[in-house]
Design a protein around this ligand. Sequence first.
Ligand code: HEC
Ligand code: HEC
Length: 381
Amino acid sequence: MCSPNKGLVAVLWAGLLAAAPNLAAQAPSAELIAQYRQAPSHWPALASDPGVSPQELGPLAKLAHPAWQTEAVEQLGKQLFFDPRLSASGQIACASCHDPQLGWADGRRNGFGAQRQTGRRNTMSILNSAYFSRHFWDGRAEGLAAQALGPIENPVEMNAKLEDVLVTLNTIPGYRQQFSRAFGIDTIDAPHLGKAIAAFERTVVSRASKFDHFVKGDYQRLSDQEIHGLHLFRTKARCINCHNGPEFSDDKFHNIGLSYYGRFYQDLGRYDITGQEQDKGKFRTPSLRDIAHTGPYMHNGLFPSLRGVLNMYNAGMTIRNKPKPGGPKLSQHIKPLKLDRHELAALESFLHSISRRPGYVRPPNLPKAAAPIITQATKKL
Ligand code: HEC
Ligand code: HEC
């Protein structure tokens, strides 16, 4: 049987071989570097494939919040996000897997939840999630409020029944008061629970990176090597075809060739939601902001390091992707890149320049229960 590890080794070798033939690369010219040390309108044109109209890279715009999203609602959502009473065992909170100290993910290849069961997908960071229209690797949830209720009932995540969680929350006076103040409701219900968590998630956004300061006019903020990486990202390395705009994502779905079609680890991504042939093997283009702090990478957590990811792209993913009848079609934007080791190092340094470790988040005080809480787990005893 082929395990993803064998695939990884093959891809890493391919990356090294692809990088080998032209080790003595040209450093970028002083003119090119100077051209980048100006407003983006003076930068060289984006080099994208026909049919793609990428948005220029730049700082994130401020998110528009709904009128009801006051600071009190955000604080309520934060408590719920950190509260393990949203799980059947009373032990697992959203923050167990989306830990601010681990880039709002869990630092693991695949997350684990109830009964220490392993999920099949890598835990996404929730940083900047609010900028996306569809959520999860396969985009199956529309809107954060709808998304938030999913993990509560997911058997390998929090494994609870929503109605039980609502009963529990309604026994906690501190929550009832806050929901009543925020939304004018006497009884906490599912839609408002989702809304409160979503309000908190909208506050979880990247802090300004070196790159953000650079594009806003601090033109010495990036080194020559980082600028070289920025140039490659926008041109020869082809990243801009999919990772573009302020989020470094086109908010679309692509097959970059990691679906393990016909093998044990098969995951056809978007296809399992839409049933459309052309969606086989497609996953949502992730944001690359703070990417240095949110590994392991990809929907299956295949790559522990950024260099591994870059080697894979450099090889054009060819190793694992001999087309199979009925199988997924590799995106036409994925091709061998022929980047040498200086170029790979420059690209990696650029990815670091768009990354800033999330700030420390103090876990909130959680409202106390009025009476002992009977969870599903204790009911069984
Ligand atoms: C057991 C670990 C675990 C727990 C607990 C968990 N999540 Fe997740 N979360 C994941 C995984 C894994 C994914 C990706 C799943 C997929 O794509 O199928 C994910 C994806 C997400 C996303 C999508 C991000 C995006 O940009 O599309 C959001 C938002 C999110 N979780 C919020 C929450 C909230 C809110 C809770 C608590 C109610 C929660 N999660 C609890 C593991 C977890
Ligand atoms: C065809 C569109 C496309 C192109 C071109 C592309 N990417 Fe991606 N990228 C994706 C998609 C889709 C994923 C998620 C794939 C998956 O999990 O199976 C991804 C995942 C990643 C990840 C992992 C993110 C995470 O949170 O796990 C990194 C890092 C990355 N790409 C960097 C790059 C770089 C650097 C380039 C240029 C060398 C590039 N990508 C080119 C679409 C693309």
